[in-house]
Write a protein that binds this ligand. Structure first.
Ligand code: SAH
Ligand code: SF4
Ligand code: F3S
Length: 475
C-alpha cells in the first residue's frame, strides 16, 4: 500500500502496490505473520528486511490477515493524515484480535519511533513497538510479547544498515526490486519528521549493495532502484580504507550499472543541493541507468525555501535543471511540492507554479503542509496559512502538474521507446504494462505468438496517451 495521503498524478510511479505482496509459501512455516506497509519506498524495503528476520525465526508470510498469528503495520509519520490512516487500520486489527486473543499486534516504522512507548498507552491492544533501526530485536520482542509482556525497542543507531540481511521480496513482480543503500537523513528540512524517526544518515557497505543487485539479476530481476532519503550524499569507506578509497554515489551507480547492460538502474531521492555532475555524467555514460531524476523542489520561492532550510535558492534549483537538460537531454525530472508552508503568500505560491513550468516536471507528488510535532517549523514558525487556502493552492498545483504531464506525454506520440515489461496490464491480460527509461507507464497489446514475457525489453511505438499513461504497439 502506498502513502495514502499523497496526491498522485502518476499513480503507478511508486511501484509495489501493483503486485501480489507475498511469494513465500506460509504452509511451510509453523506460525504466520502479516505485514502491511505505509509511507515511502524505504518503509516497503524495510518490511522486506523484517520478513527475512521473521522467516529465519520460522514465521511465514501470509496475505490473509485473518490467518496471522502476528500482525505488523509498518507506519509513516510524514503527514498527520498518514498517521490517521494507520490508526484507522489499527482499529480493524484490534477487532480481529478481540475475536482471536492469541494474536499479537506490532507497530513498526516511523510512527513507532515518533511515539515510542506512548503508543502502548494510547493503543492498549498493541503488543510490540519497534523503530526502524531495531528490527533485529524482533524475535526477542515477539517471544517476550508471547509471554504477555509489552515490548518496545525504538533505539536509533549510527551504524545499522541491515547490510547482511537478504530481504525477502514481498512487493515485487520478479522484475524490479528496491535496494536500500543508506538510512536516516542528516538534512534538517524544517517541515520534516524523517530525521527524528530515522536518525542519522549512514551508508551501507558498497560491496553488500552490489552483491544484492547481482543476486537479483541472477534471479531474473531486470531493474533495481537504489533507495535513500538523499542518495547523492552516499559515502562509504570500505574496511580499513581511508578517504582516498571512499565510494561516492556516482561510483556506486556505475558499479551497479556494470553488473549487466540488461539490468536497469534507478535511484531515489536526490536532494537538489547534493546531486553532482559526476552523477549526471555517469547517468549519461550508461544506457541502463534510467533517465529519470526525482528532484523535489518543495517550493519555488527562495524565501520559503530558506524557511524550509532546503539550502538552495530558486535560481540555484533552476540552474540544476539547466545542467540536467544540458548533460542528459530527454531525462525526465519529477518533484515533490508542498503547498501552504508557514507564511507562504500568494506571490510565493505563484513562484511555485512558475518553477513547475520551468522544470517541466513529468509527474509530481503534491501535498499541503502538515505541521509535525518536534520539527523546527513546528517550534519556530506559525502554521498560519488557513487550511482552505492550502487546499486551494494545492489544487492549482495539481492542475498545473496535470497540464504539464499531458503536454509532455503528448510529445511522445509517434516516438519509439524501449520498454521493460512489468506484467499484464490491469485492464486486460491481452495487454502488457511496462515502463520506459523515463519511468512513464506504457500499455500495449501482446503479440499473438506469445513471444514475450514479463522482464523482456521491447521497442514500442507510442500512438496515444493520457496524462499518466502512454499507449502503443510493439515494433
Ligand atoms: N528525502 C526526500 C523526501 C522524503 S519525504 C527529499 O528530501 O526530497 C517525501 C515528501 O513528503 C517530501 O519531499 C515533502 O514534499 C513531503 N513532506 C515532508 N514533510 C511534510 C510535511 N510536514 N507536510 C507536507 N508534506 C511533507
Ligand atoms: Fe526530510 Fe529533508 Fe531529509 Fe528529505 S532531505 S528526508 S525532506 S529532512
Ligand atoms: Fe514516512 Fe518514515 Fe518514509 S515518515 S515517508 S515512512 S521515512
Amino acid at each position: 500500500m502506498l502513502d495514502l495521503t499523497a496526491t498522485k498524478v502518476h499513480d503507478e510511479a511508486r511501484q509495489g502496490e501493483r503486485f501480489a505482496p507475498f511469494k513465500d509459501d506460509p504452509n511451510s512455516y509453523g506460525k504466520q505473520f502479516y505485514i502491511e506497509s505505509y509511507g515511502c519506498q524505504m518503509n516497503f524495503a524495510d518490511s522486506e528486511v523484517v520478513a527475512a528476520i521473521l522467516n529465519k525465526e520460522g514465521f511465514g508470510a501470509t496475505r490473509n490477515v485473518e490467518d496471522a498469528d502476528l500482525i505488523f503495520i509498518n507506519t509513516c509519520s510524514i503527514r498527520e493524515k498518514a498517521e490517521q490512516t494507520v490508526r484507522k487500520r489499527l482499529t480493524d486489527f484490534k477487532k480481529l484480535k478481540t475475536g482471536k486473543p492469541g494474536t499479537l499486534i506490532g507497530v513498526l516504522g516511523c510512527m513507532a519511533e515518533r511515539l515510542k512507548s506512548k503508543f502502548l498507552e494510547e493503543e492498549k491492544l498493541v503488543d510490540i513497538v519497534v523503530g526502524p533501526d531495531a528490527y533485529r530485536s524482533l524475535p526477542r520482542l515477539v517471544s517476550e510479547a508471547n509471554e504477555g509482556q509489552k515490548s518496545v525497542n525504538v533505539l536509533l543507531s549510527r551504524e545499522e544498515t541491515y547490510a547482511d540481511i537478504a530481504p525477502v521480496r514481498l512487493n515485487s513482480n520478479g522484475v524490479s526490486a528496491f535496494v536500500s543503500i543508506m538510512r536516516g537523513c542528516n538534512n534538517m528540512c524544517s517541515f520534516c519528521v524523517v530525521p527524528f524517526t530515522r536518525g542519522r544518515e549512514r551508508s551501507r557497505d558498497a560491496g553488500s549493495i552490489i552483491n544484492e543487485c547481482r543476486d537479483l539479476f541472477d534471479q531474473g530481476y531486470k531493474e533495481v532502484t537504489l533507495l535513500g532519503q538523499n542518495v547523492d550524499s552516499y559515502h562509504y569507506i570500505p574496511g580499513n580504507g581511508t578517504e582516498a578509497n571512499a565510494v561516492s554515489f556516482a561510483n556506486l551507480l556505475e558499479q551497479v550499472a556494470l553488473i549487466s547492460p540488461e539490468l536497469r538502474v534507478r535511484f531515489s531521492t536526490s536532494h537538489p543541493k547534493d546531486i553532482t555532475d559526476d552523477v549526471l555524467h555517469t547517468m549519461a555514460a550508461y544506457e541502463n541507468i534510467c533517465k529519470c531524476i526525482h528532484l523535489p523542489v518543495q517550493s519555488g520561492s527562495t524565501r520559503i525555501l530558506q524557511l524550509m532550510n532546503r539550502t538552495y535558492t530558486r535560481e540555484w534549483y533552476m540552474k540544476k535543471v539547466d545542467r540536467i537538460r544540458e548533460l542528459l537531454p530527454g531525462c525526465s525530472i519529477t518533484s515533490d511540492i508542498i503547498a501552504g508552508f508557514c507564511t507562504e503568500t500568494d506571490q510565493d505560491h505563484q513562484d511555485t507554479l512558475s518553477i513547475m513550468d520551468y522544470s517541466n516536471y513529468v509527474y509530481g507528488y503534491m501535498f499541503y503542509y502538515s505541521e509535525r510535532p518536534g520539527t523546527l517549523a513546528q517550534r519556530r514558525y506559525q502554521d498560519d496559512v488557513p487550511l482552505e487556502v492550502k487546499k486551494q493552492r494545492l489544487q492549482e498545483i495539481i492542475e498545473k502538474q496535470n497540464q504539464l504531464s499531458l503536454a509532455d506525454y503528448k510529445k511522445d506520440i509517434g516516438q519509439t521507446c524501449k520498454v521493460l515489461i512489468d506484467g499484464d496490464s490491469k485492464r486486460s491480460s491481452e495487454q502488457w504494462v511496462g515502463r520506459n527509461s523515463q519511468n512513464k507507464v506504457v500499455i500495449f497489446p501482446k503479440l499473438e505468438n506469445g513471444r514475450h514475457k514479463k522482464g523482456d525489453y521491447v521497442q514500442v511505438q507510442i500512438n496515444d496517451c493520457t496524462q499518466a499513461t502512454l499507449f502503443g504497439a510493439i515494433i
